[in-house]
Design a protein around this ligand. Structure first.
Ligand code: TYM
Length: 336
C-alpha cells in the first residue's frame, strides 16, 4: 500500500522555499490520495528535530502552532491526511534508537546537513549528529513508500533508504524502500533573497532573505525590491551565472504557472528593477488567501490542538503494527 510521509520543522516562519519545495507537493499528494493513488498521506510537524539546535521555549511553542496553522492554510485537510506532532508519538524516538544501532558514525558525519550546521557551532550536540536517524525513523515507522521533500533533503532520505535496506538484510523484509519525490527538477530549490548563492532558509539571521507565508503585502514588496541581483539589467534566466534574477523568475514562475521562458519573453521591455515589482505582485496575490486563513487559524489554538490529537491517534494506529514487527524481528520487548 503506497503511503506518503513528510515532515517540517517548527524552527521559524515557514517560507516560500518550504511552500514550493515541499508543502505544495504535500497537497498534491493529498489530492492524489483522494483519487485512490495512495492509502495514506502522513504529515508531521517535527518538533524533536527542531530542538537539535537551541530553541527558546516560547518561540518554539508558538512556531509549532504556526506550523500547524500554515499547513492547514496551505490546504492540508485533516480529514484526508494525518497531521500530527512528532513528539506526541513516542515511537519515533524509540524506532530511532533501534535504527541508530544500525548507523555508523562516519556515515552520519558525512551528511551535508550535519557538516553545514556543525561548522557554525563550537560544540556539536549529539542530537544534531543523529538527526538523520530520527528522520529515517519518521519515515520507516509508517512504512512510507513516497517522501516528498525539497532538494536539500535528498541525502537524508538516501540515508533512510540505506537503513531500511540494512534492516531488511539483517532481519528479513520489513521496510519498504521509500522513494524520494522532488518537485520537478530544479524547481525545488529556492534561494536566499540576500545571498542567492545559498538556499532560502528559516535559519538565516536576516529575515529579508526569505518571504514568510504571513508576510504582509508591503513586506513582500520591500523584500523583493531589496533582493540582491547583479549588474545586468535585462531579465534573463540563467541560474548558474545569474542566481539572483533567476531565483526571482523561478518564484514568479511558481506563482503564475508560466515557464521561465514565457516570463522572460513577456517582460523583455522591463529592467530587473521594474521586474521586481511584477514578481512582488504575483507573490502577494498567490499568498493572499493563505495569509488570511492563517491569521484566522492562529486565533484558535484549541482547535489546532484538537486536530493534532486526532492526527496523533491515527498515527499511533498506523505505527504500532510496524513497531511490533520491528520488536519481534530484533527480539526486543517480548509481549507474549
Ligand atoms: P525543514 O523544515 O527544514 O524543511 C521542510 C521542507 O522544505 C524544503 N525546503 C526547501 N525547498 C526548496 N527550496 C528551499 N529553499 C527550501 N528550504 C527547505 C525541505 O527540503 C523540506 O522538504 N529534514 C526535514 C524535516 C523532516 C522530514 C522527516 C522530511 C524530518 N523528518 C521525514 C521528510 C521525511 C527538513 O529539512 O525540514
Amino acid at each position: 500500500q503506497p503511503r506518503v510521509f513528510s515532515g517540517i520543522q517548527p524552527t521559524g516562519e515557514i517560507h516560500l522555499g518550504n511552500y514550493f519545495g515541499a508543502i505544495r507537493q504535500w497537497v498534491r499528494f493529498q489530492d492524489e490520495k483522494k483519487a485512490g493513488k495512495y492509502e495514506q498521506c502522513i504529515y508531521s510537524v517535527v518538533d524533536l528535530h527542531a530542538i537539535t539546535i537551541p530553541q527558546d521555549r516560547d518561540v518554539l511553542e508558538k512556531n509549532i502552532f504556526q506550523a500547524v496553522a500554515t499547513l492547514l492554510a496551505c490546504g492540508i485537510d485533516p480529514n484526508e491526511s494525518i497531521l500530527f506532532l512528532q513528539s506526541h508519538v513516542p515511537l519515533h524516538p524509540q524506532l530511532s534508537w533501534v535504527l541508530g544501532c544500525l548507523s555508523t558514525m562516519p556515515q552520519l558525519g558525512r551528511l551535508p546537513n550535519f557538516r553545514d550546521k556543525s561548522k557554525k557551532l563550537k560544540e556539536v550536540p549529539l542530537g544534531l549528529y543523529t538527526y538523520p536517524v530520527l528522520q529515517a525513523a519518521d519515515i520507516l515507522l509508517y512504512n512510507a513508500t513516497h517522501v516528498p521533500v525539497g532538494e536539500d533533503n535528498v541525502q537524508q532520505i538516501q540515508f533512510a533508504q540505506l537503513l531500511a535496506q540494512r534492516f531488511n538484510r539483517i532481519h528479513g523484509r520489513t521496510f519498504n524502500i521509500p522513494k524520494i519525490m522532488l518537485e520537478g527538477g530544479m524547481w525545488c530549490r529556492l534561494r536566499s533573497l540576500r545571498k542567492p548563492e545559498n538556499k532560502m532558509s528559516k535559519s538565516e539571521p536576516d529575515a529579508k532573505s526569505r518571504i514568510g507565508l504571513t508576510d504582509s503585502p508591503d513586506e513582500i514588496v520591500e523584500k523583493i525590491k531589496k533582493s540582491v541581483t547583479d549588474f545586468t539589467s535585462a531579465v534573463t534566466y540563467d541560474p548558474e551565472t545569474r542566481p539572483g534574477v533567476s531565483n526571482l523568475i523561478m518564484i514568479h514562475s511558481l506563482c503564475s504557472g508560466q515557464s521561465a521562458e514565457e516570463i522572460c519573453n513577456s517582460v523583455q521591455d522591463l529592467d530587473t528593477g521594474k521586474y521586481k515589482f511584477v514578481v512582488a505582485e504575483a507573490v502577494v496575490e498567490h499568498l493572499r488567501p493563505i495569509r488570511t486563513k492563517m491569521i484566522e487559524l492562529m486565533k484558535e489554538p484549541a482547535y489546532l490542538l484538537d486536530i493534532l490529537k486526532i492526527g496523533t491517534e491515527k498515527a499511533i494506529t498506523l505505527s504500532e503494527p510496524v513497531w511490533n514487527d520491528v520488536c519481534f524481528k530484533v527480539g526486543i520487548s517480548p509481549s507474549h
